[in-house]
Write a protein that binds this ligand. Sequence first.
Ligand code: NAI
Ligand code: MG
Length: 504
Amino acid sequence: MTLHIPPHRPATPGAQAFLDSGAKKLLIANEWTDAAGGGTFATHDPASGALLCEIAEGTPADADAAVSAARAALSDPAWRDMKPSARGRLLWAIADLIEAHADELAELETLDQGKSWATSRFAEIPASAEQFRYYAGFANKILGQTIPTSIGYHPPGKKVFAYTTREPVGVVAAITPWNSPLLMAAMKLAPALCAGCTVVLKPAEETSLTALRLGELLIEAGLPAGVVNIVTGFGAAVGAHLTAHRDVDKVAFTGSTEVGRMIVGAAQGNLKKLTLELGGKSPAIVMPDADFALALPGVARGIFANSGQVCVAGSRAYVHRSIHDAFVDGLVKEAAKLRLGHGLDRETDLGPLVSAAQAERVAAFIDEGKADGAGVATGGERVGDAGAFYTPTVVTGARPDMRMMREEIFGPVITVTPFDEPEEALAYANDTDYGLAASVWTENLSAAHRLAAGIRSGTVWINCHSYFSPELPKGGHKESGWGYENSAQGLENYLETKTVCAVI
Ligand code: NAI
Ligand code: MG
């Protein structure tokens, strides 16, 4: 299969102007500044390999400046004393601006990351706006409690009066990945700002553009200086420095489990609060009575959407033996329907992976599995001029000890394994160090809920996969992470509780 992708240009004047306006700078205290030393790095369109623009390569000194700005903003009356309803209106205004610039942001996201226009424009950019809307409504509903106590040793004639207040946790380092760049940033910024925190955002080096455009929109919305700072650059330089920084109170991270472990180590110095949204190896259990009309496209979308670069991607299908072969055939047909191409072409279903390096990483899993005896029912090919496309791939006969069955591939690759009894399916599903998500496909209500109860993961979908909403907590059990995003629980991560106990 050959695929020739010429360089593409965005159609919206805003996106083109953004790309043409020179090297992108860091945002520190609402000023756009060059990196200390003036270094830059390039960001590319992974579909064509074309250069998009240069970006300031932040250094530890820049991270220090951003943390100082965030620390100062925390006690700046413009932010600290902003009325809760005003903070809510600000979050709402950010959502409005994201929506007003949705075409432009979607084009930048697709060019930088590779994902299809439909995924950017109709799923992820609107979902980013929804994060700000959801938490806008919370800003004036953050409450403490008055608490009757049982303390009996107060002086005679006095009594104990106790209450709690909620306070922002402080300066947050938000470190985001490249798979859904703006959405991952929004999922951290919206609750952090709702809680009254200040933030240093470090976007993934592969995909910094929408975070930087959002920075411009945050200023336009009226966010006071220093409340959100953006330091672009590499994980080992900026990310590692922020996670070890003594003046950062909390790290909110989404990315690989490997880097998650490094952050746990780096955070020891001042015992930072951590939320970690890490990798997954999510199973899809297809029972013999599953409705194929739902399950086939649903399981296919669950792995192939965004070319499998989704933390919850359903990468291991366990299918009842009686329907296994028919299901594999059906998945192969679903894969064949997907048109590969440049994300900006409206007929494209699947764009490239984020980079040629990621496609190479995916290919290595498959090549190793094939050499070890796994079968490839379809796919397994790297295509495209820039080498970043990987064809949707269905693997059969993989063994549980193979690397492709144990590690997160982050590509459009699904393994299909037969089972005979539901208990066996459950044991397979739970045979992983990860515990992010799972789906169960059946028309049998009891079986569905029994399986949901038995799977060790943060989310279980029944007859669907990758259904998200800000109302629904999202987080990992086991080695898939610490803490939850979305919902009221997502806000808790950004709040401290202060107990005030008085004798009056
Ligand atoms: P990564 O975990 O290295 O990158 C995520 C973010 O962490 C980026 O902003 C990066 O600059 C930053 N980072 C890197 N090293 C750091 C350090 N020492 N301290 C602080 N921050 C650091 O992920 P990578 O290497 O880009 O992708 C490799 C694999 O990780 C993928 O194939 C996939 O399996 C997994 N991954 C999972 C994600 C998820 O949502 N669960 C997202 C991204 C990657
Ligand atoms: Mg890029």
